[in-house]
Design a protein around this ligand. Sequence first.
Ligand code: R5P
Length: 300
Amino acid sequence: MERILIVGPASQILGIRIAKELNIKYYNTESKNFPDGENYLRINIDNESLIEEKEVIIVQSTGPNSRGNQNARLFELLMMIDAIKRMGAKKIVVVIPYLAYARQDHIFRPGESKFANLLLCLIDSMRIDEIYVVDVHAPKIFEDVQCKWINIDSMKLLADYIKSLNVKDVVVVAPDKGAIERSKAFAKHFGENIPVEYFEKRRDVKTGEITMSGKLSLKNKDVIISDDIIATGGTMAEAIRLSKESGANRVFAVATHALLLQNAKFRIIDAGADDIIGTDSIDNEVSKVSLAKAIVDYLK
Ligand code: R5P
């Protein structure tokens, strides 16, 4: 079956990289808002038979757009799936490098929605064939999904990039206890017996404010603080500050999905980071590592 790829508006660079690695044709989209704010999207093709009977890979991340609106990205994704189905695709593969709402994975306060699970069920209910995400916050949100799904691990790609920066005496630091398993897996890419430490983080579920504490043995170490998401940068900045207080030499702020909202860049660099490193799941100035290879390995 011939494969083609649709490059979603939120993944223009990554989408093309994946298509080129797979050596398949790709098409982009046209998107806008109507005067009342509604989203509009069309696949940029003149002839609908180009889609018929094909395997169609859609690549669309769902991080906030330039107006901070990830719902628009989600609607664009749903519109792409709907259009492709209507045009008679035989197989639909959806690649969502960054999945919005993934942190709403359990009930923190009475009365909430477990929206991460619902969102995936909605996408799944469109009877697509496969979903690929990257380093999703909590894979258990896929528990009710019927179609094939894969959570791709970006850690080797991130570690290879950091190794090229000649880091020495590496310690991997998790910004909280919940991130320790991920950090241990990440540390293995730097060699056996790389120390993994963590700080104690608490988040007020009402205000979202975080507090972090701890003192580690980091004197003259190159510290890599690794997390799945940098949103406002509050978590990362606190972990950097405590790492510096613990004697760290260089500090690298690393995240698969560097959303960098509000003044996150300022907070992180001001706290003492030497660099911020993210992937092209979010297309911005810190997208130093491309996920294309990891995604293509699965698509192949
Ligand atoms: C939380 O569990 C996540 O892994 C990240 O640590 C968090 O989402 C980062 O958010 P922020 O940058 O706003 O502190």
